[in-house]
Design a protein around this ligand. Structure first.
Ligand code: GLU
Length: 284
């Protein structure tokens, strides 16, 4: 068994991250398996080195040890580019030149699990048009041609903690972005490729990412990657009953540490499903 914890270094870790890391770590250790870290720093404009260091310090404080050096998404760009080339060669992605404002202005842009569903404006541009605009340096992202991709993929079933889930239906996401204008891969593409490359057998993560798994299953099928087992755990809610967010300073691990909380005792409590007073677990 190999599990992972994959923080994005865009803020301080909070109790919800600690819960996720503790579950992933203890699942691996209980099975005599490995536990690895991945730093999801693909978004260069929001990632900060100080948050990488703070996250590692938080994990050490919780008594969580990891195997090997943390993997960094910022060093895996060649793999993301190669996957995009594969999809491009199969005509499953297309360049999109729309701005956010263009998409927001479209009357047919309802929201799906990955944000606004792309209205398809750039889907049917002529090949010469695309080539000319790219050659002229016009900013563009690359989108998955969802209908074609879903039609090519076979069985998108997956296993959630020993239970076979409904087959994923990624079409609700629309033509998602796989490579952004400002980052060489989207979360969906990078995370799916990394989990496969790292040999992750069990993905343990928050239930807020359950809808993303539909897209990840599709990408696994298209790119011939293995399917891990998933465990989407409940989310910790704060004193106001709302899901914790990075801006909730009171629940940050750094502030608990500064207040003298014993990290190892906290990890043992979280492992046993006991939360600090006032916090609650919202199950999926
Ligand atoms: N970096 C992601 C986050 O912090 C986690 C991605 C994942 O577990 O797949 O939300």
């Amino acid at each position: 068994m190999l599990t992972r914890f994959a923080p994005s270094p865009t803020g301080e870790l909070h109790l919800g991250h600690a819960y996720s890391a503790v579950l992933a770590h203890s699942a691996a250790r209980a099975a005599g398996g490995r536990f690895v870290l991945r730093i999801d720093d693909i978004d260069g404009s929001r990632s900060r080195e100080e948050y990488v260091a703070a996250s590692l310090a938080d994990l050490a404080w919780l008594g969580i040890d990891w195997d090997g050096e943390p993997v960094r998404q910022s060093q895996r760009l060649a793999d993301y580019a190669a996957a995009l080339d594969t999809l491009r060669a199969r005509d499953l992605v297309y360049p999109c030149f729309c701005t956010r404002a263009d998409i927001a202005a479209s009357l047919s842009a309802p929201h799906g699990p990955s944000g606004a569903i792309y209205p398809g404006t750039c889907c049917n541009l002529a090949a010469e048009d695309r080539a000319r605009r790219i050659a002229a340096g016009e900013a563009h992202c690359w989108r998955l041609a969802m209908d074609r991709a879903a039609a090519q993929a076979g069985d998108l079933a997956w296993e959630e903690q020993g239970q076979r889930m409904r087959p994923a239906d990624p079409r609700a996401h629309g033509d998602i972005v796989l490579a952004r204008k400002d980052a060489p891969a989207s979360y969906h593409l990078a995370s799916t490729l990394d989990d496969a490359n790292m040999g992750v057998t069990h993905v343990v993560r928050g239930a807020d990412l359950i809808a993303s798994t539909d897209v990840h299953r599709l990408l696994q099928e298209l790119l011939d990657l293995p399917t891990p087992v998933y465990r989407h755990h409940g989310l910790i809610c704060g004193l106001d009953g709302k899901r914790l967010a990075k801006r909730d300073a009171a629940a940050s691990l750094a502030s608990l540490r500064a207040a003298g909380v014993d990290g190892r005792a906290l990890a043992a409590d979280l492992r046993a499903g006991r939360l600090p007073t006032g916090y609650s677990l919202q199950n999926p």
